[in-house]
Ligand binder design. Structure first.
Ligand code: ADP
Ligand code: IPE
Length: 270
């Protein structure tokens, strides 16, 4: 087995319809799993988002600012359960295709302080990787030392694990081709930004701040994603934001072929 670690996040926008609560896109999941065959026997971690499972429940109980009343405890139960049910669907589908996957619940691995991971218990995950297993994690509700709970995004998990475990490459699958000059779903004239580097970063962050709407996404949308990933880029890790809904994209990027996407470039050399 190649010892280089690949971390792949499949965004909630790909595996669910974010506008319809609890709607899962089985065809999208199936086709992505088919395209992930190149990493079946490689050192890989998969993380998936919450999409229309985690976000609506977290919003309903206003969990993103932490635990302020008793009623919200029910929200913790429901958010956790929503994510576990989405995770089970995904893990079962990987197993049907003979992937050696193992579900790993982030609420048992990470503790946050004011929303940022401050402690983790990575021994099992590391041993699973050594055994040739592919851990599957997800955005989750976790214990927070200051707020009681916080909503930990899959993007933050990816960022944390990539740095801690020295990933070789990170692939973020979402439902658009990458970062654009404005939201491509609203503005058909939006231009794809193929490279994010230290020179254009501040300008792009300003764009993303203005184009990212947080009504259905408690974890910061594309703006939050890019802020998380820049931390990773600074460690010299290759990062790609790709459209996982475009057939062939995931397999091409895993085979190092060129596709329309945003690549984080020139942050530093390893
Ligand atoms: P995921 O669920 O895949 O993690 P998000 O929903 O958090 O992804 O973010 C992706 C969404 O961000 C896209 O569907 C797109 O409509 C929106 N978006 C807003 N502004 C931009 C932008 N400037 N460039 C690219 N996508 C943007
Ligand atoms: C959100 O995870 C998890 C919960 C709301 C519980 P993410 O922030 O990674 O989800 P997506 O990818 O944006 O849907």
């Amino acid at each position: 087995m190649n010892n280089k670690l690949t971390i792949i996040k499949i965004g909630g926008s790909v595996i669910t319809d974010k506008h319809t609560p609890f709607s899962v896109d089985l065809n999208a999941i199936k086709s992505i799993i088919g395209e992930m065959k190149p990493v079946k026997e490689e050192k890989t971690i998969i993380v998936h988002g919450g999409g229309s499972f985690g976000h609506p429940v977290a919003i309903k109980y206003m969990l993103s600012n932490g635990l302020k009343n008793r009623e919200q405890v029910k929200g913790v139960v429901e958010t956790s359960q929503a994510m576990l049910s989405l995770n089970k669907i995904i893990v079962d589908m990987f197993i049907q295709e003979d992937f050696p996957v193992i579900s790993c619940s982030p609420h048992n691995i990470f503790i946050t302080r004011n929303g940022r991971i401050c402690k983790s218990f990575l021994y099992p995950l590391n041993y699973f990787l050594e055994m040739g297993l592919i851990p599957v994690l997800f955005g989750d509700v976790v214990y927070d030392t200051e707020r009681g709970v916080s909503i930990l995004s899959g993007d933050q998990i990816v960022s944390y694990l990539s740095i801690k475990l020295k990933a070789n490459r990170v692939i973020l699958g979402t439902d658009v081709d990458g970062i654009y000059s404005s939201d491509p779903k609203i503005n058909p004239e939006a231009q794809l930004i193929r490279e994010l580097n230290p020179e254009n970063y501040q300008d792009i962050l300003k764009i993303l701040k203005s184009t990212t709407k947080n009504r259905i996404d408690v974890t910061g949308g594309m703006y939050g994603k890019v802020r998380e990933l820049v931390r990773v880029a600074k460690h010299g890790i290759d990062i790609y934001i790709v459209n996982a809904r475009t057939p062939g994209n995931i397999s091409k990027i895993l085979n190092s072929s060129d596709i329309n996407c945003t690549r984080f470039k020139n942050w530093c050399k390893r």
